[in-house]
Design a protein around this ligand. Structure first.
Ligand SMILES: *Cc1c(COP(=O)(O)O)cnc(C)c1O
Length: 469
């Protein structure tokens, strides 16, 4: 299994090189050269299997013998043993034809843990094998940072620097990033928004000397291994509810398009999916793109679902590459136009192929609060604001005659202020996480300035320090 870049000029790589680098050297994102395919029997056979076993089976299809089967199995077992629920990602029935897929039982209460816990273990193994080290620099709108710090804290071969938009993450999110005491993790509060943080990380990857010097690695969803791990719960949930013989749709609260792209991959691998529904908050660039065929930035508004306050949706590039017939010239032109004019147009064929599988809609802030309140009043279940965005869009856009699976991307205790304002209930943190509320915080405030942030990373990462000495 070889991986190619969406921009067409980076070298083809194997799985471990893709895992350790993240972004391709031409600025593109890696994708497998071909999609492995499930047989119908294989899909049905996943029903009732332990989550870690399904994960090991799927991961092995993308590593092409580069990683021992036993190593993959151990990494999966250990990664999902950190979850507080025996099913790892349980399904909860909401209505006769709609289920929630709870992805928030990991250590930092959001779906990012599913992939990050596995990624850290696969990276550790690859680094040990080649006696290497990496410096991870990541941007977060709130949840990736905590998940990355939790997964990599104390690991001997990786230093982690997380850039987050100062003042734009919830207190629980901030504390998850700032209370890890280990010397290899660094929370950097940047004076800017998420897109600024993400643009800086991308620019660091483009800065070749810096990239080489610190052995820069990415754990954002630009890293293929993140997407790979997320395929697992689409397949596991669909099999549990009767795939391939039942019509199933997924509704996915979306920002950077990583989670929902994993659903697309599951579909390409042969999992029958009636509809993939893109659910956005009022930052609805993806819904507007599906409606109009033009991807046009207009500015990000803060919302109660901050992990979706995104306009430069990285993984949409992967879908575009697929929809445009894997032509890297079209991708290069599109992103050049986005940079210069803040907009690009999809070809009519690409738009038609996207609309054949995807639907899209958005939820206003008032609709989100209303949804949290009415669902709580009707059933006692407390939705987090991201999941509530999905619940609103499910009603507006999902086809009636399929079973709907709504991805519950965060635990409501992660966003207690918004939840309390909506329904009057302040959801308590799970007991295992209560210590974070009082632990001392450690963070560094930095300006939105690439040179200053690079200097900070150089001064504090163990690799560059070693070179300078
Ligand atoms: C990251 C995140 C999202 C958006 O996921 P993408 O993969 O970026 O589309 C949605 N909800 C929550 C709670 C998140 O943390």
């Amino acid at each position: 299994m070889r991986y190619i870049s969406t921009r067409g000029s980076a070298p083809e790589l194997g799985f471990e090189d893709v895992l350790l680098s993240g972004l391709a050297s031409d600025g593109g994102l890696y994708l497998p050269r071909q999609w492995p395919r499930f047989g119908e029997r294989e899909i049905a056979g996943f029903a009732g299997k332990p989550f870690a076993m399904i994960a090991a089976d799927i991961v092995a299809r993308f590593t092409a013998g580069e990683v021992d089967r036993a190593v993959i199995a151990t990494a999966c077992r250990e990664a999902f043993a950190t979850f507080r629920h025996p099913a790892v990602c349980p399904l909860v029935q909401m209505t006769p034809d709609a289920f929630l897929l709870e992805l928030f039982h990991g250590p930092t209460l959001a779906f990012k843990d599913v992939a990050m816990q596995l990624l850290a273990r696969l990276m550790d193994h690859a680094l040990e094998k080649r006696d290497g080290r990496v410096t991870i620099v990541g941007a977060t709108s709130g949840d990736t940072g905590g998940a990355a710090i939790e997964a990599f804290r104390g690991r001997a071969r990786a230093d982690v620097f997380i850039l987050y938009p100062e003042g734009r993450v919830s207190e629980v999110q901030r504390r998850q990033m700032t209370t890890a005491g280990e010397a290899n993790v660094h929370a950097l509060a940047i004076a800017g928004n998420f897109d600024d943080c993400q643009a800086m990380v991308k620019a660091m990857f483009a800065h070749e000397a810096f990239r080489q010097r610190v052995q820069l690695a990415a754990v954002n969803s630009i890293n293929w291994a993140r997407i790979l791990a997320q395929i697992v719960y689409f397949v596991a949930a669909a099999a549990a509810l009767g795939a391939p013989s039942r019509r199933l749709s997924f509704v996915v609260p979306t920002g950077n398009f990583g989670d929902i792209f994993a659903g697309y991959v599951a579909h390409r691998m042969g999992l029958p999916i009636a509809q993939l529904v893109i659910a956005t908050n009022r930052n609805d660039i993806l819904a507007r793109t599906v409606a109009s065929g033009n991807y046009t930035v207009t500015g990000v508004q803060p919302t109660t679902s901050p992990s979706m306050d995104i306009e430069v949706s990285s993984n949409f590039e992967r879908l575009l590459f697929e929809a445009e017939g894997r032509d890297p010239a079209i991708i290069r032109n599109a992103f050049a136009a986005l940079k210069q004019q803040g907009s690009f147009a999809l070809s009519p064929q690409a738009l038609t192929s996207i609309r054949a599988l995807f639907a899209a809609g958005h939820a206003s802030e008032a609709e989100v609060a209303d949804e949290i309140r009415t669902v709580h009043a009707a059933s006692g279940y407390v939705l987090d604001p991201h999941t509530a965005v999905g619940a609103v869009v499910l009603r507006k856009c999902a086809e009636a005659d399929a079973i709907k699976i709504l991805l519950a991307t965060a635990h409501p205790a992660k966003f207690p202020d918004a939840v309390e304002a909506a329904c009057g209930v302040r959801p308590p943190l799970p007991l295992a996480l209560a210590a974070q509320r009082t632990a001392p915080e450690r963070l560094t405030v930095l300006p939105n300035d690439q040179a200053i942030v690079e200097r900070y990373v150089l001064d504090h990462c163990r690799i560059a320090g070693g070179i300078a000495a």
